[in-house]
Design a protein. Structure first.
Length: 366
């Protein structure tokens, strides 16, 4: 097991700058997820850690040793891909032990490791089957088993669940988490799915366009995004961004949304935001759960306003409501009993204690 250090790493493919100088320190035993939209450089980063891609500039160290010039087979890492091709003519046991047999491990040791991995993955009864006799989820487990038996310093996963259906993905997510709790191997996991990232990671690394936007625990990223990109990428339904002006109105700092609607900034936030007043348009960032039906008694910092609902989506435990503010559609989450109806008005409430304020020019959360 080992920590991984990434220092100012750049990857250029001819004209394409795929990774633009990233720094990342991954701790021993840590489960780190790289997440971001397609093409942001996740796979490239993972493949550089694995040694499958050269590094254009910078340095990668595994377990304290710089590995820039170490070939993949000597890096002591194990990789699980989206296409976890198992050998069809080999049994599960043979598939799992293949790498160890190549390395001429003693038979006892091979059997011990395969048994241990099979126990962790709960696939002991499958060891004599061929891949075609397995379900998708079982095959995925075998692919993980193949990585576990090698007892590597680091596990690298590249979208390992993308080929599975939605229900199985959720199950396998839990399996992967359980496996990590048992083996505790340092893990770097790549996905484009922010829910997968949030549920699996000790820390999430949000990438965008070849750079790291922010690194943090799932809760940290959710509650304290540093950029508009992270604020919009993490969380589903996504955070609403409402253009407004921050201005002084009769001695009170307000978010002026339109002629009819101005939301007072809670006193606890006013000190932080006052320096930005009058600086043109800003974005009010509010998550859907902070736009709810108005209660009779409003807490401090919660402001009621009238909305006209375009669309409602009953989800069972809650109803998502969509309504326009200044022509932009925003999403709120209301109680199923709140009487939300499409095409009808509803008294809504914005909880500004949980607001974010974003500078649209820099994209930074203020
Ligand atoms: N072998 C390659 N040659 C040229 N460009 C590549 C190659 N591999 C990836 N890229 C480019 O590098 C960028 C990052 O790709 P990738 O790391 O695969 O993104 P992700 O895994 O986040 O979807 C993309 O613009 C992609 O087109
Ligand atoms: Mg990829």
């Amino acid at each position: 097991m080992a920590e991984v250090h990434i220092r100012k790493v750049v990857k250029k493919y001819d004209e394409v700058l795929a990774v633009r100088g990233i720094d990342l320190d991954i701790r021993d035993h840590e489960f780190v997820v790289l997440v971001g939209p397609s093409g942001c450089g996740k796979t490239t980063t993972l493949r550089m850690i694995a040694g499958l891609e050269d590094i254009t500039d910078g340095e990668i160290a595994i377990g304290g040793d710089v590995v820039n010039d170490v070939p993949p087979k000597d890096r002591d890492i194990a990789m699980v891909f989206q296409n976890y091709a198992l050998y069809p003519h080999m049994t599960v046991h043979e598939n799992m032990s293949f790498g160890l047999r190549l390395k001429k491990f003693p038979k006892d040791e091979i059997n011990r490791r395969v048994d241990e991995a099979a126990r962790i993955l709960d696939i002991k009864e499958l060891l004599d089957r061929k891949p075609k006799q397995l379900s998708g989820g079982q095959r995925q487990r075998v692919a993980m088993g193949r990585a576990i038996v090698r007892n590597p310093k680091v596990f690298l996963f590249d979208e390992p669940l993308s080929n599975l259906d939605a229900k199985l993905r959720v199950q396998m997510r839990i399996e992967i988490k359980k496996v990590h709790q048992k083996v505790r191997t340092t893990t770097v996991y790549v996905t484009h799915d922010q829910v997968e990232a949030m549920t699996l990671a000790d820390r999430v690394v949000v990438m965008n366009n070849g750079v790291i936007e922010q690194v943090g625990t799932p809760n940290d990223l959710y509650h304290h995004p540093k950029t508009r990109f992270v604020a919009g990428f993490i969380g589903s339904p996504a955070m609403n961004f409402i253009p407004c002006k921050l201005q002084d109105e009769a001695g009170e700092l307000k978010l002026r949304i339109n002629d009819g609607l101005a939301l007072p900034v809670p006193p606890a936030r006013a000190g932080k935001y006052v320096q930005h007043k009058g600086n043109g348009s800003v974005l009010l960032g509010l998550r859907p759960e902070h736009l709810t039906e108005a209660r009779a008694q409003l807490d401090p910092g919660v402001v009621a306003f009238d909305a006209n609902l375009d669309v409602t989506e009953p989800m069972g435990m809650e109803t998502l409501v969509y309504f326009p503010i200044n022509g932009e559609t925003v999403c709120g989450r209301v109680n199923p009993a709140a009487g939300a109806k499409e095409g009808a008005p509803l008294k809504m409430a914005a909880d500004l204690n949980n607001m974010h304020l974003i500078d649209p020019k820099s994209g930074l959360v203020l």
